[in-house]
Each structure stands twice: as structure tokens, then as C-alpha cells.
Design a protein around this ligand. Sequence first.
Ligand code: SAM
Ligand code: DTB
Ligand code: SF4
Length: 324
Amino acid sequence: MAIRTAEVEALFALPFNDLLFRAHAVHRAHFDPNAVQVSTLLSIKTGGCSEDCGYCSQSARYQTGVDNDTLMPLHEVVSAARAARERGATRFCMGAAWRGPKDKDLKPVLEMVRAVKALGLETCTTLGMLREGQAEQLKEAGLDYYNHNLDTAPDFYREIITSHDYDDRLDTLGRVREAGIKVCCGGIVGLGESRAQRAGLIAELAGLNPPPESVPINLLVRIPGTPRSDQPALDPLEFVRTIAVTRLCLPASMVRLSAGRESMPDHLQALCFFAGANSVFYGDKLLTTPNPDTDRDLALFASLGLHPMAGEQGTTPAATCAVL
Ligand code: SAM
Ligand code: DTB
Ligand code: SF4
């Protein structure tokens, strides 16, 4: 049985200490609490996207100062992946600003997946919506994960994105799952959604069957020129609660502390790790915006006694929520 939004809201409403204690206990029951999975991101095709996602620097509809690039050549991708591996990343995630790849776009991406896989890294791509047959080609090339976020609650989606809809996202997630690729699916908070809508997003993620192996929780990076640029900042403790509730509702999934870390002080990140986050993007750039540099992250990990997680931990999480 899937968890309902009202039940997720009840978790958000717990006293902070009770919520963190419960989330940390669940985290500890499923994972080494001191291990963090590290993935490095690379934008292989930046800007000029047809979609109107109200937070995104890469939509062609907003003046954000991001250049529109063509697909990066294979050798540049391989050298970035090699550098990421040398810095200690175990997964390399390639992102493209597309509504979805055309078949002619996919071919060179398949080459990238093969080449990155051959370096001994786990592979991930985020290319937008997939058409029939594309997920199978990615799987055949050696793709381990596909990132495709639900982003927000179904009843808030239209406020943020009108150029595609929730069902389109669910269709692609279904194709990825059918092809046997692991699913990385999460969302963004701080978009102006209500707490009930944050709960609605988490209920949707927990209701995917099976649940996603990896759940990125992004804190909105406010990009000048986008419709969400003037959004008031989310209360940091509400962000920690969001991580804790995600951990409770998706007990065996990796929860990734994603965009927004650059602006988070170390003590806030430490609280997020206690609340159940066990994965980060590692490397000084996300897709178009800064991320903490590796020296800062390595110093933070050392001060918290965290160590990198070797490869994939665990298998597909069972469809169980720790609160039902
Ligand atoms: N175009 C593909 C898609 O939309 O699925 C892949 C790339 S898209 C940039 C990947 C994800 O990054 C989005 O779904 C969103 O969750 C996140 N993201 C994009 N811009 C962001 C921002 N300004 N702040 C926080 N997260 C952001
Ligand atoms: C995800 O959930 N977050 C990453 C990754 N998947 C592709 C992207 C964050 C992008 C932040 C804004 C930027 O750098 O443009
Ligand atoms: Fe395009 Fe993805 Fe940005 Fe939306 S989030 S505008 S689909 S790159």
C-alpha cells in the first residue's frame, strides 16, 4: 500500500527531535551511517532547451546568460570522467538540456556511456523524456542509472512547468524501469510549494513501485532570469525535515543531497547526513551552477568521519515505507 500525502504530512509535523531520531534509526538499519556515495555531474549539452521549467537556467525561454552549446565531443567527456574517477567519484552522470533525445542525438550518447563504463565508473544519464526503444539502447550500452525527476507534487506541477506533464514523466520512468535500468528520481524544494505539496512529492516518489534506487532532493538554486528567481529561501530546518521524511518514506533508497549545497553551511549539511542523506554530487560544478569544490567536501567528510561508499550498495529497494 502506498503512503498517502496526509500520512507524509504527519511526519513533517513531528517534533524535530522525534523526526530526526526516527529517520536516523531507519537510516542506520539500512545503511552504513558513515558512508556517502559520490557522483560527479557533467553537462554534455548545455542550454537552448525547449521546455519551460520555471527554475531552469537552460530553458531557451528565459534570459539567464547560459550559452547554448552543442553536444560535447566524446574525448572531452572521457577526460572529465577520468578526472572525476581520480578525485574519487564512483558514478558519472551526464546531463543534457533536451525535452528528450532524438534518435540521432542518442547515438553519440551511447558511445559516451560505453566509454565511461569502460573506465570502471557507474554510469548515469539525464536526457529528458525517452521514446520507445531508447531506454533499451541505453541499457545495452551499459547505462546503470537514469535520472528523471518528478520535481514537485502533481497539484503544483502546472505552476512550474507547462510544456510537458506529470504523466509524461511517469511514462519515461516506466520505460527506464522496464529496460532494467536503475531509477534516480527526486525533486526540488523551495519552489514556493506548500508543506503539503512537499509531502505530496514524497508520497509520489514512495508510491513508485518499485521505489527509485536513488532520490535526489534539490534545493532550488535561484537563477536570475527564471520565473522562480525571486522565490524566498526555504527555511533550512524545513529542508532538513524534507530529507528526514524522505528517508522514512524511502528507507532503502539512496537519498541524495543535491543542488543547493554550495549555499549550505557545513553544520546544515551535517544535519542532513544525520537525517538520512547518504549521497552527494561531488565536483565543483553541477550542470551550470557551482557546487562545493572537492577540497571543501573532503574536509567536511573528514570532520564528520564520513567515508565514500564503494560502488552500488544494496539492491532494488523493496516497496516498503518505514512508517506503514
Ligand atoms: N532535461 C532533463 C530533465 O529535465 O529531465 C535533464 C536535466 S534537468 C536540468 C535535471 C534536474 O535538475 C531537474 O529535474 C531539476 O530537478 C534539477 N534542477 C534544474 N535546475 C535546478 C535549479 N535551478 N535548482 C535546483 N534543481 C534544479
Ligand atoms: C538532479 O536531481 N540534480 C542535478 C542532476 N539531477 C542532473 C542537477 C542540478 C542542477 C542545478 C542547477 C544547475 O547547475 O544548472
Ligand atoms: Fe529543459 Fe530539463 Fe531544464 Fe526543464 S529542467 S528546461 S527539461 S533542461
